[in-house]
Design a protein around this ligand. Structure first.
Ligand code: FAD
Length: 283
């Protein structure tokens, strides 16, 4: 990839806030490695109901101090009172952050949502109402459609609500079927949705974890991939080798067809992202 093409891509890495000191240390090591790949930004997830409120804040502060690279905190609205969300947003503004990923979030089953914001478009509205155009706001979208969506059409309409509320760009849920993404882009374009839609990519490194996550978030693992992953049995190295190969092919296909960037769900690890960057010559 030539330098001009690389420079026009939006490349980012997502982390979750670590829960232990050992995990903290491990994430620092990952950040030190991934900063060398010169992403446009790092993002850090936010536990629904505000469960990681402080830790998300600490993590983006640390990333910014360590790397000087843009760090975008996620904020999810379900289960949080609007007054608390307003405080969180103003606190980020006060500390010089100008990039947010705005989500609804998912509460663990059995916990009732206490907040009055039910959907991410309402959170985007709140952020715009409170802080005007200060933040660049990213939202989520779903090329294979959100698992709770009544229909593909309604899910697209609901995505449009977030864009109309003021979202600047979007990151997709992960997928392994590039056609779903391309078709999604076509549908968005015909609805007049013009913001950049960056594919979210989950490198395949751990079969059991991937299967668990995919069941929860509704991402489809194509049968042929799943079958091969199970054929490897406990041979973790082969699972990883095959998984990274599949991921690199997917990323190549996406970028060759004009995807505006890549957002990698790193699971706080560096190896897969490094392998993708090397194979695609993105550094
Ligand atoms: P919404 O846009 O609110 O959509 C949720 C569902 O409601 C969809 O079915 C949609 O069609 C429907 N809907 C939307 N708006 C309306 C409306 N106005 N009226 C009626 N129906 C509507 N979760 C976290 O808890 N923390 C994170 O940090 C986090 N980061 C993520 C990052 C990315 C890039 C992605 C793709 C997901 C992330 N998630 C995170 C998961 C996300 O919170 C879940 O997928 C959640 O189920 C939906 O979030 P959303 O923002 O897309 O919700």
């Amino acid at each position: 990839m030539n330098r001009l093409a690389r420079n026009s891509l939006k490349l980012s890495f997502e982390f979750f806030p670590p829960r232990t000191e050992a995990a903290d240390e491990k994430l620092r090591g990952t950040i030190e490695r991934l900063r060398l790949l010169r992403p446009d930004f790092f993002s850090v997830t936010y536990g629904a109901g505000g469960s990681t409120r402080d830790k998300t804040f600490e993590t983006v502060m640390e990333i910014r101090e360590m790397t000087g690279i843009d760090a975008a905190p996620h904020v999810s609205c379900v289960g949080s009172a609007p007054a608390d969300l307003t405080e969180v947003i103003h606190n980020y503004k006060k500390h010089g952050f100008d990039h947010l990923v705005a989500l609804r979030g998912d509460l663990p089953s059995g916990i009732a949502g206490g907040g009055t914001l039910r959907h991410a478009n309402e959170l985007v509205e709140l952020i715009r109402r409170e802080t005007g155009e200060h933040f660049h706001i990213e939202v989520a979208c779903y090329p294979e459609f959100h698992p709770q969506a009544h229909s593909a059409e309604q899910d697209l309409e609901n995505f449009r609500r977030k864009v109309e509320a003021g979202a600047d760009s979007a990151i997709t849920q992960y997928f392994y079927n590039a056609d779903a993404y391309f078709r999604f882009l076509e549908s968005c374009s015909s609805l007049g949705i013009g913001i950049p839609i960056v594919p979210g990519v989950m490198p395949i490194t751990n079969r059991d974890q991937l299967v668990r996550f995919s069941e929860m978030c509704g991402a489809e693992i194509p049968r042929w991939i799943l079958k091969r992953l199970y054929d490897f049995g406990d041979d973790l190295e082969s699972i990883r080798g095959f998984g990274i190969d599949i991921t690199i092919r997917l990323c190549t296909q996406l970028l060759d067809a004009g995807a505006p960037g890549l957002h990698i769900y790193t699971m706080n690890k560096a190896e897969a992202s490094e392998a993708i960057w090397a194979a695609l010559d993105l550094s």
